[in-house]
Every structure is written in C-alpha cells, then in structure tokens.
Design a protein around this ligand. Sequence first.
Ligand SMILES: *Cc1c(COP(=O)(O)O)cnc(C)c1O
Length: 412
Amino acid sequence: MSRDYQFETKVLLNKNKDEKGAVSPPIYQTNAFEYETAEELEKVFKGRAQGYNYTRVGNPTNNQFEEKMKELENGIGALGTASGMAAIATAVLGLVEAGDEIIAGNSLFGGTYNFFKKDLKQWGVKCSFVETTELEEYRQAITPKTKLIYLETVGNPKLDIPDIKKLAELAHKHNLPLILDNTLMTPYLFQAKDYGVDIVVHSTSKFINGSSNSIGGVIIDTGNFNWAETDNPLLAEYLKFGPFAYLAKLRQDIFRNLGPVASPFNSFLNNLGVETLPLRMEKHCSNALELANFLQSAVGVERVNYPGLKSSPYHELAAEQFDNHFGGLLTFEVENKEQAFKLINKLELARNLSNLGDLRTLVVHPESTIYHSLSKDEQQQLGVNPALIRVSVGIENPDDIILDFKEALAAL
Ligand SMILES: *Cc1c(COP(=O)(O)O)cnc(C)c1O
C-alpha cells in the first residue's frame, strides 16, 4: 500500500486485487498447486520463484489475511495459524531449545499458562513466572539462559495491565525479544510496535473474527528486534534473511514441520470479520464501561474489576496505553459460588459459555470451568475465586445488557 492510510481504512483493503474483480477475495480451498513444468515447481520449492506448492506451507487466502494483520500491526510480516494456541506455541518454539529459559507474567490465559508450565517443561525449557506488573521481578528472573520475555496486553481474568514500554526496554537491554499476546485489546486499541514489542501473537478466534465462527491465530514480527544482533543459535542459519530471520525460521522450520496451518476458509472468515473491527471495538468498550458503572452500584455485587473504572489500580496506565479505551472484558464478584451460579442461570440475554470477544454478551464462571484443574494457589495467582464472574460484553443495545444483569441480580 503506497499511502499511509488510517486503521479504519486499512481493515478494508486487500493486498491482491482479484483478477475477476471479486470485491470479497476468493477462497483458495485447495491443498496443492500445480505447475506446467518440473522446472517451475523446482524453482518454487527452492525459493527461486514466487509461488505456492502446498497449503501447509503457504496459501493465497491465508496470505491475504496475514498481509492484512501485518498492515494492522504495522509489522514486517505475519504468519497465520490454526488457533491462538498454535500461534503462541509456534512463536515460542522458534526461539527455545532444551536447557533454555523464558520469563512470563503470571496472569496468563489458561492455555498459555499450562503450555508454559507443563509442555515446555516436558521439552526441557523452564518458564519463570513473575508478577505481571512488577518490572523488578522480570529483571531478577533474567539469566544467561533466558531467550525471551512473554506477556499479555491485559491479564485475563485478573485484568492487570503491565507497563509494556518499560518491559520492552528491559528486554532490549538484555538483547531479548518481547512477545506480546494482544488478543484482548487488538491492534485497534493497542499498537504494540510503538511500545517496543517485537513479536505480536493473537488468538483471532476472539475480537478479530468477532462472530465466533473460526478458531485461528496469527504471529506478527513488528520489525523492532534486530535479529542480526541475536546470539540465539537457533536463528544462526536464518540470519541471511536479514530482518525476516525470525519469520523465516518459523515458516521454514517450526511451522512447516509441526503443521499448525490455518484453514483457508477460516482465513477468509477472519479477513471478513476484521473489516468491522474498529466499529465493534468502540461498541464493546463503551458497553463494557456502561455495564461496569451499573454493576459498581448494584445491590448484591461485591466488587467490579474493569480498567475503565477509577477504582482499578491500572486505570491511569490503561488510559495512557489504550487511548482512553478499556476493552470489552470485565469481572465482578458476588457473595459466593452459589450466588454466582444462581445469577448466571437467571441471565437471559448473556450466554453462559467459555469464550470472549464475541458480538454477543457472554458470561462464564472461571473457577468451575476454565481454571477447574488448577490448585487454589494457582487460581489465586491468576485472580480466580469461586465468587467471580467474567463478562465479555457484546455489542447489543447497552440498555438490554444492563436490564439482563439488573433482573438477574434482583432475583438472587
Ligand atoms: C483464547 C485465547 C488464546 C487461545 O486462543 P485459541 O484461538 O482458543 O487457541 C490465547 N490468548 C488469549 C489472551 C486468549 O483469549
């Protein structure tokens, strides 16, 4: 793209114009791509000619979505994956081998927490978990074996918010890349590159897709990290690709060999969903703030946690980092687990399911579902307790959302 368009315009642009003029890009729902001659296919395989050969390695529909996400994060390149977890696993496995260490904030998404704690350990990689918002703990956890620092824009369900610029500075002082899971804020609310983040990962299953019709993920290299200066031996043979060393390592090694490729159909749906991301995020944020304000003064509610409320210890940092937007997720506590269940069962509009970032308002009781297998200590660390309810606030009319909670609370 030649002009420097604004975000709301960029979501509507597609990299390649369709040769038949289709405004909505076509789906290349194919496993393989044929060539007239053996010579041509040889060139494609050896990277001497542009082209696709097999969808696990690359596909035009996947590429269309990757290019869009690259533009939206202002990065140098992107890699689409089958799920958010696939993006996280691919991004991390590209940088670690047995004997290495990583550092991560302790209020991570449950799947990521388990992956770092169990699977990485099984493969000989140690994760040091630190208090997400405590810069000093990260500093102390860095050792000569550390290969990366990992965090999330906003913790879930704790809704704690780290100072990302300071963490990026710390990482770079030690020549380490910073990986950020930006699922909860999306590039519309948080431009990670401007804050020093090197690698952005998303579960596109959430706000990016919006309609909850496709599991997917994406990895974006923002171009901030100077790979030429890394001493990570895993990248040595890819340094010839210059700024694309890390993405080349992923594409030619981890991604191709583990096979976490996105379905072209899902990429098509994600590409469609992301076109309305700015409109949706504005509405998620304003509705969440209205609901948080209502809950804060509602009888039967003990505590509301939303970064948009002045009572949140992260309010000021969030206002600065996210330009006075605070996302679509909030949590609140009632008296106990029994009351929490009763309230969820009384809700009519809000759906009881474990997902977030849907157009529709969703509730879940984290302690008995997503976090049921963790110990009490671990649950506490992640900000989970039996009285807690998490709400992913949708884009319905806010009066209808508030009425739903008002009536359910009144029936307790
Ligand atoms: C959902 C989620 C993931 C995992 O994504 P999937 O697409 O479900 O694999 C990772 N990180 C965050 C913050 C999430 O909300």
